[in-house]
Write a new protein. Structure first.
Length: 213
């Protein structure tokens, strides 16, 4: 169970820049890559989302920075309502939300309501040598319409739950220092997802986003 029920409650007890930070950049593909449990909440997810977004896609992360106990900053996907993150989601046609789960096996679970894109990502990841499981009905379905990945313009998005076992292969290790050193496996993982996203990019458009420039 989460320690906080929504962002305003979290903000009342935690200090931005000390306990957590928010980072983002806006691009014009119509696709946003999120890590709402970034930093040391679910280690590696910020870096993975940032790498997938690259210079093509919008990127957003909410990162835990506490020396210990970052898990208390976890806000579940159906109630995550940090204002900048919500504005980015509402401006995006497609959301890919990156999460971390505890399994030690190297596996990524694909959820979310966008069945077509989910199939594309699963095919690309499998071809790249990853164990990618379509998870629409079991552990991490991401099928709730209130899930942050599904409140984009299309009304359906993708949630990736990446196991700790796989995340540990993407970096030297999962400490803040170790995550500064990505491995070739991360490059292969990112490339597969970027290739899956390519057909879904919108034609270049100007995105007006007051307060986010």
């Amino acid at each position: 169970m989460d320690n906080y029920r929504h962002f305003e409650q979290l903000k009342a007890f935690e200090k931005e820049g000390v306990d957590y930070r928010i980072r983002w950049r806006i691009e014009d593909s119509g696709i946003a890559i999120l890590s709402i449990h970034g930093g040391d909440i679910e280690p590696g997810t910020s870096e993975i989302a940032d790498a997938i977004a690259g210079s093509d896609h919008t990127f957003y992360t909410f990162e835990g920075m506490k020396r210990a106990g970052n898990r208390m900053l976890h806000l579940t996907s159906t109630v995550f309502n940090e204002p900048i993150g919500l504005e980015i989601v509402c401006l995006s046609e497609i959301i890919l939300s990156i999460h971390g789960c505890h399994e030690t096996e190297a596996v990524v679970y694909l959820g979310g309501m966008d069945l077509e894109l989910r199939e594309h990502i699963q095919q690309r990841l499998t071809s790249a040598g990853f164990h990618a499981v379509d998870d629409c009905s079991s552990k991490y379905p991401g099928r709730d319409p209130a899930n942050i990945c599904n409140i984009c313009g299309r009304g359906m998005g993708i949630q990736l739950e990446i196991s700790r076992g796989l995340r540990a292969q993407l970096f030297k290790d999962l400490t803040p220092q170790g995550r500064r050193f990505p491995t070739e496996v991360l490059s292969r993982f990112v490339r597969a997802i970027q290739e899956a996203l390519e057909p879904f990019k919108l034609p270049a458009t100007e995105i007006a986003c007051e307060g986010l420039d």
